[in-house]
Design a protein around this ligand. Sequence first.
Ligand code: ATP
Ligand code: MG
Length: 203
Amino acid sequence: MTEKRRIGIMGGTFDPIHIGHLVTAEAVRIEYGLEKVLFIPAGNPPHKQDSNVTPAMHRYIMTVMATYSNPHFCVLPIELERLGPSYTIDTVKELICLYGGQTDLYFITGADAIHDLPTWEKIDELIGLCHFVGATRPGCIRKLDDVIKRFGSLGRKRIHRLATPELEISSTDIRERVRKGRSIKYIVPESVESYIQKEGLYI
Ligand code: ATP
Ligand code: MG
């Protein structure tokens, strides 16, 4: 029997994309032998309805620039093209149609996102459709185990843990740094730093 293709999905608001996202995606790609990682910027994030999210075009362009130099990374604007809130369940179903049944999808998340997993739209159906990798600090593994237990045997089969050093970086912190005129050098790729400056984002 031939091995199934493995494709990673890195979903996020990417407002802006930072090296925490990139380092995590690359670590999971290598650990799980993923053919590629699809970065999918959220269109209208369901959990960020009230906040001011930067227009999708800027977030998409920054994600393309940040991932361009990695031949295994690519950006799919499918959530940007969809009207209304973007739910992972719809995205995963779309990818299953695109890649067919002979592909295993691995949805990559950081610690915060994986802990919220039980609250995701149609999560019981979703967990039957794709794998999840929670990239988290060794110290947070126990919290992740509680999430796995919540889903019983399917959880053990579908939710994986990858211990990573987890860089203390968030887009929230980057936006605040820009607003306060502090440096974001080396926290985001150089191209993203220049783009933020040129477009006057986050000020
Ligand atoms: P914000 O502060 O606006 O919430 P964020 O930095 O958390 O932004 P998102 O776009 O919300 O970035 O996150 C997308 C995915 O990346 C989520 O799965 C999140 O857990 C993960 N992630 C975010 N920051 C890191 C990091 N420093 N290391 C590893 N994964 C991360
Ligand atoms: Mg976040």
